[in-house]
Ligand binder design. Structure first.
Ligand SMILES: Nc1ncnc2c1ncn2[C@@H]1O[C@H](COP(=O)(O)OP(=O)(O)OP(=O)(O)O)[C@@H](O)[C@H]1O
Ligand SMILES: [Zn+2]
Ligand SMILES: [Zn+2]
Length: 825
């Protein structure tokens, strides 16, 4: 073949260029340019040279005489696998995101323009002068001088016609190696290593060189003779020797101390082995069912483990990963970001050691890249990470596990606005891998799908060792007020805390709101202090003495005089975790109290420190937000207090009962995980609400039945797909009029809905519940669409909002399109 055609996504953010462009591949590049490689192409009227990524290669193209040609290729091997290209294309179609956004998660961390390919000489002893040709000699000459050289520079220096073929053959001979690296501001990390220097002589000769009077040196010499090189630190530790002895040996010219670049390994290497548990009977049943499916090659199968809190789901995950490893395949374990605790990491790293990479948001770009490269190069077989770890660049994926499947953080609220659960299912389908999800409180959608038969439902109904689920006592706070108790702790909670403190047991107090007071208002005229950018009341934080907007982060000094009526009756209302902490300290001055929320865990390591103190029983009462609600496994926690279950219940969002049920069940699940029975005290102003009543009884099924009936009646997922179109900008009337125009086009074009039902399916446009955020006015249109019409609706929205086929005036107007969003606020 003398030419081919490549579809290239160019790295240019303007929306008019958001499509793949076709380029001609000819000359030497035929057969060399492959899907997933970066190329240099001329672009635009001025034919500026820019980088792009090849997503497809075809042998035919109708009008090839018009095409521009690919100038050069930057990689030696594809950066992105075919499956991940497919996955990204699916994301761009499914979530209506631009191509560039859709490819972002599968590209190497950092800007893909910064990634460089290097060619390095690794073993010149393999050069056989008789076997290599002129071009290879020419190339080796350059590399020998440079040791490690940028592929682009190498090309300029050698000017060999078919340089890629030459590189391939030298790499096959084991003489050179190509690697990728990023330009980064992060310092490279070096470690002192020791290498055996003398080549091709028998051990006896080495011993002669060292001399029999230095037995320690002999020992080191023999050791290094066998393993060739090791780090200085481990050599000193292994052989119980000193730097002086090693230096002495270096003087004799037998070994050599050098600086070796090491991966910035974010996992601490002092993690203890995490012992394998023998599965309990119910664990075994679940495990065996999935294993059977794997053994019978029922590829692409999906499972949901519905297991009560503390039922030992993690041990099942670990043993499944082990089975997949035996098959030589890779595993991804997704956990919510806040569950990426040392406890979770210790279990996976403690069992599988350096085969595991951990991906979390606190990694620096350099660390992230190192992990990406270790995965890509096959040095890692297991990835544990938050949402975006679903894109880990494995080449032989066998299993994806999604723990706490119901967590909202699996849905991205930034572009591309993907749902990691759907992406995982799609990826498993593409790579013939298995999907295992687990939760004590499965999301309504996933549970529904499992009842419909799309997902195999497996149950774990008991806790490990048959410890019982904690008893939940619901306290009606209105009653409490009637009885004259105005404090934030009910009598029952106060007494229970006291009793647990006497018994030297640990206590967790949960409130889903941080800060001290949740709003500040004037008692005389009713004025409430709101954020100037967001129209949302500001939260008082006592430790900084500031009012902070939780949406945009603006902080101001609290007023002492009402800006409206000039009175000084300024009062602080509402309770946040900071206030709970202060109050608890007042009531229980002898006890050791710690608060864990976003405000107390910003410093690196502070989070780990709190959990460690909790483990060592240096904390009696742990107060916190969502952070204390999941994943934690402390055996001595016997009391959990939920200060106000109403904080999630009263949000104007159809998912708020579901969130409440999940949160209450998860927090309650932290109690009584050891040998002692646990108790939960749940305070609320709506004790009769079904989500609270069923959470009290640990009755997921009844809760599900109640919820699914409501979803069906009021047309919510899983019965329809909910599409939110948010239109925003600084000029409110302009935003409103564009919203109206968009709405009109949609109701004209939408299919499958009777005219008289339209109002039920296309809702709006109306100002969003959070009307103004960061100085932008927000209008919303909500569309409910049944499965079979979703593609046609995607096309309509794409034409209106992205391609602007209807020529609307979008100056200073932005859109956010979210398919099945987490929240409609
Ligand atoms: N077969 C077993 N034998 C003994 N102990 C076990 C076994 N399996 C798990 N465990 C232990 O039981 C405890 C609970 O397990 P795990 O944390 O995995 O539960 P979980 O189902 O993930 O709970 P949650 O949903 O509340 O996070 C852990 O301390 C774990 O080490
Ligand atoms: Zn006032
Ligand atoms: Zn704000």
């Amino acid at each position: 073949m003398d030419k081919q055609f490549a579809q290239v996504i160019v790295n240019n953010k303007a929306s008019q260029v958001d499509k793949p462009f076709t380029y001609l591949i000819d000359g030497d590049l035929v057969g060399v340019v492959k899907e997933g490689m970066r190329v240099i192409v001329p672009f635009g009227i001025g034919n500026k040279m820019i980088k792009g990524i090849v997503i497809r290669i075809e042998d035919f193209f109708k009008e090839d005489y018009k095409l521009k040609r690919i100038i050069d290729v930057l990689d030696d091997k594809p950066l992105i696998s075919k499956e991940l290209i497919e996955l990204s294309l699916w994301i761009s179609k499914n979530y209506l995101s631009s191509y560039i956004d859709a490819f972002q998660p599968v590209l190497p961390p950092g800007d893909f323009k910064q990634v460089n390919t290097f060619v390095e000489l690794i073993n010149n002893s393999k050069i056989d002068i008789m076997k290599i040709n002129e071009d290879e000699k020419k190339l080796l000459y350059v590399i020998e001088n440079e040791k490690k050289i940028l592929l682009e520079d190498l090309k300029k220096k050698c000017k060999i016609v078919n340089i890629n073929k030459v590189l391939n053959s030298l790499e096959d001979m084991g003489i050179i190696e190509t690697t990728i690296d990023i330009k980064t501001t992060v310092e490279k990390k070096y470690e002192k290593w020791v290498r055996f220097l003398v080549k091709d002589i028998p051990l006896i000769k080495v011993k002669e060189l060292i001399g029999s009077r230095s037995p320690k040196q002999l020992e080191i010499g023999e050791y290094l003779y066998n393993i060739k090189e090791t780090s200085l630190k481990s050599l000193i530790e292994e052989l119980n020797t000193t730097l002086a002895t090693i230096k002495a040996l270096e003087k004799k010219g037998i070994i050599h101390i050098f600086n070796k670049e090491v991966n910035r390994d974010p996992i601490k290497n002092n993690i203890e082995y995490y012992k394998k548990h023998t599965l309990s009977n119910s664990q075994r049943k679940v495990f065996q069912r999935i294993l059977d499916s794997i053994n019978q090659n029922e590829e692409g199968n999906k499972f949901l483990i519905h297991g009560v809190t503390g039922s030992g789901k993690t041990e099942i995950y670990l043993q499944l990963v082990e089975e997949i490893l035996k098959l030589g395949r890779d595993s991804i374990i997704l956990v919510p970001e806040i569950s990426l605790t040392p406890q979770t990491i210790e279990r996976f790293v403690g069992r599988f050691g350096n085969k595991v990479a951990v991906l979390h948001s606190k990694l620096s770009q350099g660390e992230r890249f190192d992990e990406w490269r270790r995965i890509k190069e096959g040095k890692v077989k297991i990835v544990v990470g938050a949402r975006s770890a679903v894109f880990a660049p494995f080449n032989n994926l066998g299993l994806i596990i999604i723990d706490e499947e119901h967590e909202t953080t699996y849905k991205s609220s930034q572009n591309p606005k993907y749902d990691a659960i759907e992406v995982a299912a799609k990826r498993c389908e593409l790579e013939k891998a298995y999907l295992v999800m687990g939760s004590a409180t499965p999301s309504i959608e996933t549970y529904y799908n499992s009842l419909m038969g799309d997902i195999t439902l497996l149950k774990l109904e008991e806790r490990i060792n048959n410890t019982t689920l904690p008893q939940v006592k619901v306290i009606d706070m209105r009653q409490e007020l009637d009885n004259g108790n105005k404090s934030m702790f009910s009598k029952e909670l106060y007494e229970a805390i006291e009793k647990n403190l006497i018994n030297k047991k640990q206590i967790i107090l949960f409130l889903n709101r941080r800060g001290f007071s949740t709003f500040v208002s004037c008692r005389k005229c009713g004025y409430v202090v709101k954020c100037n950018n967001c129209d949302i009341s500001m939260t008082y934080h006592r430790n900084t003495n500031k009012l902070i907007c939780h949406y945009c982060g603006v902080a101001i000094n609290p007023p002492t005089i009402c800006p409206v009526c000039k009175s000084n009756y300024i009062k602080y209302f509402g309770v946040g975790t900071e206030k709970v902490e202060e109050y608890a300290r007042k009531l229980f001055p002898q006890s050791r109290i710690m608060r864990m929320d976003m405000d107390t865990t910003t410093k690196k390591g502070s989070y780990e420190k709190i959990l460690d103190d909790m483990k060592k029983k240096n904390i009696d009462i742990l107060i916190g937000t969502q952070m204390v609600s999941k994943g934690l496994d402390f055996k001595d926690v016997t009391l959990v207090g939920i200060i106000a279950a109403d904080t999630t219940l009263n949000l104007p969002d159809f998912r708020s009962p579901e969130r409440t049920f999940q949160l209450v069940t998860q927090v309650a699940g932290r109690a009584g995980r050891g040998d002692f029975e646990g108790k939960v005290i749940l305070q609320t102003y709506s004790p009769e609400h079904y989500s609270i009543q069923y959470a009290k009884e640990h009755d997921y099924i009844s809760y599900y039945n109640a919820e699914i009936a409501l979803r069906k009646e009021f047309l919510y997922p899983p019965f329809i797909n909910l599409i939110s179109i948010l239109i925003y900008g600084e000029n409110n009337s302009k935003v409103a009029s564009i919203a109206k125009e968009v709405y009109n086009i949609i109701i004209n074009e939408i299919e499958g809905i009777n005219k008289e039902d339209l109002f039920k399916y296309v809702i709006g446009p109306y100002p969003a519940p959070l009307e103004r955020i960061k100085n932008n006015y927000r209008w919303q249109i909500l569309i409910k669409v049944e499965g079979q019409y979703i593609n046609s609706l995607r096309n309509i929205i794409n034409r209106i909002c992205i391609l602007n086929t209807y020529n609307l005036n979008f100056d200073n107007i932005k859109f956010s399109i979210d398919i099945n969003p987490n929240s409609i606020l």
